[in-house]
Design a protein around this ligand. Structure first.
Ligand code: SAM
Length: 308
C-alpha cells in the first residue's frame, strides 16, 4: 500500500475535523485542553496491512508519546479510552493493557475501568487459546470527571423485582432506568457481513464507541481519535451531536472516512439540539496553533505501515 506522509491539514465533514497525516505530527499542533474525550484503537503491532512489526520497546515509546499528547489535549474533566488487544510475537502474547496502564498512571491519569469487550469470532489458534476478547482502558484526568451512567443503562434482568420486606416493601428494588452495563461488553466484532463493515481491515463496532461517547461527553463536546481507521468515532459523533477530530495517515483509509461520514450512505444526524449549530464553522471544530510541545523521541519509521 502506498503511504504518502502528509502534514495535518483538516477538512470538515459534518461535525468532524478530519486530518490526513501522522498523529505524531498533527497532535502537537492542536491546542491544549481542547478535547473532552479520546477514544481510540491504536495499531497493535501484529502485522496488519497498515503496520510494520516493531520491537515492543519501540512500540511502547511510540504509544507513550501519543498518550502524552492526548493527556495534554484533554480538558480537566475529560477521559481517555484506549482499546487494545494483544501484542503477539512468535506465539507469545503481551496483553497491551498491561503496557498502557502504567503509562497512564505515570502521567497522573486515574484508571476508572478496564472493560472486557468479548466477541464471538476471530482467528482459531492451535497452540494457545483462541482470543475472544480485547480490553478498553478508561482513564480520567481528575476526580471531577464527567460520567453520565443513566445514558448507558441496560434493562434489568428482573425489571419488576420488588422489596419484599422493610419500609420499601412493594416498591421496585432496581433502578427503573435500568442497570449499570458492567465492565464486560458482549458486542459483535465487525467482520465481513457486518452492516458497518468497510474495506478497512480492523474496525471497532459503533455500539462500543456509542457507549463511551454517550456516557463520557455531553452534546456539543469534542472527541479525538488519533488512529481513526475507518472513522467509526466520527460516524458515531456525527450521529450523536458531538464534534470529532480524526487523524489517519493512510490516504486510502481517509477516503473510506470521507465516504462513510459525507457520502450518500452517511447516517442522518439526529434533530439538531439547542447546543450544537447545524453547520459549524471550521474554527469551531478546532483551532490550529503551533505549540512548543513535541512527542517523546520515537523513530516513526519503525511503526509505519507495511507494503509502502
Ligand atoms: C486499529 S486501526 C483503527 C480502526 C478504527 N478504530 C475504526 O473503527 O475504523 C488503527 C489505524 O491507525 C492508523 N495509524 C497507524 N499509525 C498511525 C499514525 N502514526 N498516525 C495516524 N494514524 C495511524 C492505521 O493506518 C489504522 O488505520
Amino acid at each position: 500500500m502506498f503511504y504518502q506522509p502528509a502534514r495535518g491539514n483538516a477538512e470538515a465533514i459534518g461535525l468532524c475535523a478530519l486530518h490526513t497525516g501522522d498523529c505524531a505530527e498533527v497532535l502537537p499542533q492542536l491546542p491544549t485542553g481542547s478535547v473532552d474525550l479520546v477514544v481510540t484503537s491504536p495499531p497493535y503491532n501484529i502485522g496488519k496491512a497498515y503496520e510494520k512489526r516493531a520491537a515492543l520497546d519501540a512500540y511502547v515509546d511510540f504509544q507513550t508519546g501519543v498518550i502524552n499528547e492526548c493527556v495534554r489535549l484533554l480538558g480537566p474533566d475529560g477521559s481517555i479510552c484506549w482499546q487494545v488487544g494483544n501484542w503477539v510475537d512468535n506465539g507469545e502474547i503481551v496483553p497491551l493493557d498491561s503496557v498502557v496502564i502504567p503509562i497512564f498512571r505515570a502521567l497522573g491519569m486515574k484508571i476508572r475501568s478496564r472493560v472486557v469487550w468479548t466477541f464471538g469470532h476471530g482467528m482459531h489458534c492451535r497452540r494457545r487459546l483462541s482470543g475472544r476478547h480485547e480490553t478498553i482502558v478508561w482513564a480520567t484526568k481528575s476526580d471531577e470527571y464527567h460520567f453520565d451512567l443513566d445514558s448507558i443503562r441496560v434493562p434489568q434482568k428482573y425489571p419488576n423485582k420488588r422489596h419484599y420486606k422493610g419500609p420499601k416493601m412493594g416498591q421496585l428494588s432496581g433502578n427503573p432506568l435500568g442497570k449499570n452495563p458492567g465492565d464486560v461488553w458482549d458486542i459483535s466484532n465487525v467482520k465481513n457481513r457486518h452492516p458497518e463493515k468497510t474495506s478497512h481491515p480492523c474496525q471497532f463496532p459503533e455500539e462500543l464507541v456509542e457507549r463511551l461517547v454517550k456516557s463520557l461527553t455531553k452534546p456539543g463536546q469534542k472527541v479525538l481519535d488519533p488512529f481513526a481507521g475507518a472513522g467509526t468515532v466520527g460516524a458515531v459523533c456525527n450521529r450523536l451531536d458531538r464534534k470529532s477530530v480524526l487523524v489517519e495517515r493512510v490516504p486510502e483509509y481517509v477516503d473510506i472516512i470521507r465516504e462513510r461520514l459525507g457520502g450518500p450512505k452517511a447516517q442522518a444526524r439526529r434533530p439538531v439540539s439547542d447546543v450544537v449549530a447545524l453547520a459549524p464553522r471550521m474554527e469551531d471544530l478546532f483551532t490550529v496553533s503551533v505549540s512548543n510541545t513535541t512527542l517523546a523521541a520515537i523513530d516513526p519509521s519503525t511503526v509505519s505501515i507495511s507494503g509502502e
